[in-house]
Design a protein around this ligand. Structure first.
Ligand code: HEM
Length: 141
């Protein structure tokens, strides 16, 4: 049962991050986000703000993972969570009456790149999950 909850959480994370990255693609072409794309980005970002802590708490129980495959898993997990919280933090910092306009631009640029860096982190996590599962089924066979 808990394995299915893990799979559901990872699938939801993959979908939400995919939507966030797809809606942020204009940034890579040097454009600003706008229209329905920006609206979808905002919806998906709400899902990440709620979902990331749930995912992080649920997956913490797997740490530390001593096997080699488990190290990949742990690295992918920690990178995904750290980068996810940093993307959120950059937006929250912009909401405070502290940064100047230039600093806000810098924060949003960092926000975009940190967000895109979640893709390789999630790939690591998925590879680690696959390998750990294979190692586990090999041990039990
Ligand atoms: C995989 C995750 C994410 C990626 C790849 C991503 C990417 C981006 C990019 C590239 C931009 C445009 C930056 C610029 O114009 O300089 C942007 C804007 C924005 N993002 Fe994200 N983002 C992600 C997650 C989030 C999250 C979790 C939040 C909310 C907490 C969020 C809220 C925003 C906001 C408010 C903007 C500004 C929109 C505007 O131009 O008015 N994003 N994002």
């Amino acid at each position: 049962m808990s394995r299915w909850i893990d799979r559901l959480l990872v699938a939801a994370l993959v979908v939400v991050v995919a939507v966030l990255c797809l809606t942020a693609l204009p940034f890579l072409a040097g454009h600003t986000l706008g229209g329905p794309g920006l609206l979808t980005h905002m919806f998906a970002s709400g899902a990440l703000v709620i979902g990331l802590p749930v995912f992080a708490l649920a997956f913490l129980r797997h740490l530390p993972y001593p096997s080699r495959a488990g190290r990949l898993y742990s690295l992918g997990f920690l990178a995904t969570v750290a980068l996810g919280f940093l993307t959120i933090a950059t937006v929250f910092l912009c909401m405070l009456p502290v940064p100047a306009t230039e600093q806000m631009h810098a924060l949003m640029t960092a926000h975009g790149w940190i967000g895109f860096a979640m893709v390789p982190a999630i790939v690591l996590l998925l590879l680690g999950m696959l390998r750990s599962r294979r190692t586990a089924s090999h041990l039990h066979s």
